[in-house]
Design a protein around this ligand. Structure first.
Ligand SMILES: [Zn+2]
Length: 400
């Protein structure tokens, strides 16, 4: 970027670094006459950067009200700048209904190895006919761009040599934050996600090496989250707000009900499981009047089990792990879940669950060193009071 195209984000951070507002104010003034200047975050109109990439127009801010009704719009959102001077561009599809109504946002790719989450959102968008819709559905598909390129969970960052940042601990981000990941999150949240959402769903899957059952994570104390969750024909729900810094909580914190569906294993497209989550998402759009049509199967049909706690089974040794239970199994307290063998084939550890519940995630990488999560059991803990010998889940055991 040349100096005469400096944008206001650069201006803000440069003025902090240089401590000189006089010179930089002059530059910002010059920038005001340039096409590529991003509007300040207080502005609300769509800002086209003037770029077109592979036939798609590029925006640095979107207001879905500015888009023509009765159409699907395919755009790139210009995210954070890379060290080479180019930007990461995020794929955005907006189905703009012919009539007014709720504005839904569907996100995927916050973790880069979660392919079924992307395909679920793509499939929902394929099913929409904007000429028949009331309201808007916006899909933001490949949020952590460099992580998606690498088919890996975390964002490769160059801050202090090679580093990896989990983008789902960065929300709502900060446009002037201490990493490109935080800034990318801030740009997306302030200029795309928050301004265009009445309700949102952030799709994930398990992570590389740890597969999950079809389940939902969200806070059922929020009426819209409870309503939406009950429209998914999946077997498990973890009734929990999860962590600060995850995208669905950033939405909730600004008054936009949101939760996270988990669509099976990372790295693969699980077509059966994708179909369940597409069905549930279309149910939600029907319930809120965005589309019409008969309701599909729901949580009732799947006899959804709702737990409010997760018991992690942590490897105590190194070696190959063999499971004696499958995903979705009902397990009883004391039941053997897995054994671990050393390289001689001798059993070095047997793992049991301290609680009864549902096997909701297990390690699919067959070997493990000590300290890794091997499985977690979703269970109900009355009033969330810890039981003897049952340790609450930790950040490390969080499956998505
Ligand atoms: Zn994830």
């Amino acid at each position: 970027m040349s100096r005469n195209k400096i944008d206001r984000r650069d201006f803000m951070s440069s003025s902090i670094a240089a401590g000189s507002s006089v010179l930089l104010a002059g530059e910002a003034g010059a920038a005001g006459s340039e096409k590529n200047v991003e509007p300040p975050s207080s502005e609300t109109a769509t800002a086209y950067t003037g770029e077109t990439i592979q036939g798609k127009k590029v925006v640095s801010r979107l207001n879905v009200d500015d888009l023509e009704v009765g159409q699907k719009h395919f755009l790139y959102f210009r995210g954070v700048e890379m060290s080479g001077g180019q930007h990461w561009y995020v794929s955005v599809v907006v189905a703009k209904g012919g009539r007014s109504g709720k504005r839904f946002t569907l996100t995927s790719g916050v973790h880069g190895d979660e392919m079924s989450s992307i395909r679920t959102v793509q499939t929902v968008m394929d099913r929409l006919d904007p000429t028949q819709m009331s309201g808007t559905v916006m899909a933001v598909l490949d949020i952590a761009r460099p992580a998606v390129e690498g088919m890996q969970r975390r964002w490769p960052n160059s801050g202090r040599g090679a580093d990896l940042i989990d983008m789902n601990r960065e929300w709502p981000g900060d446009e002037n934050g201490a990493s490109a990941t935080s800034r990318h999150a801030g740009l997306l949240f302030n200029r795309l996600l928050k301004p265009n959402s009445d309700l949102a769903i952030d799709f994930h899957t398990g992570t590389t090496g740890l597969e999950v059952a079809a389940f939902l994570i969200g806070d059922r104390r929020l009426p819209d989250v409870k309503t939406m969750a009950e429209l998914y024909p999946v077997g498990l729900m973890w009734d929990d707000p999860a962590y600060p810094g995850v995208l669905h909580n950033a939405f909730v914190d600004v008054g936009i009900p949101c939760f996270t569906p988990e669509v099976g294993a990372a790295r693969v497209l699980d077509r059966d499981m994708i179909a369940l989550f597409v069905e549930g998402t279309l149910n939600i759009l029907k319930h809120y009047g965005v589309i019409s049509g008969p309701m599909g199967r729901t949580a009732n049909d799947a006899s959804m089990y709702i737990g409010n706690a997760a018991f992690p089974i942590i490897a105590t040794h190194g070696g190959l792990v063999e499971f004696h239970a499958k995903l979705d199994d009902d397990v009883k307290a004391g039941q053997k879940i897995a054994v671990q063998r050393n390289m001689f084939g001798e059993i070095v550890a047997e793992y049991t669950t301290a609680v009864g519940g549902k096997l909701a995630a297990y390690r699919t990488d067959a070997s493990s060193d000590p300290g890794n999560v091997l499985a977690f059991i979703l269970f109900s803990q009355p009033n969330s009071v810890p039981q003897d010998g049952v340790h609450p889940y930790s950040e490390k055991s969080y499956p998505e």
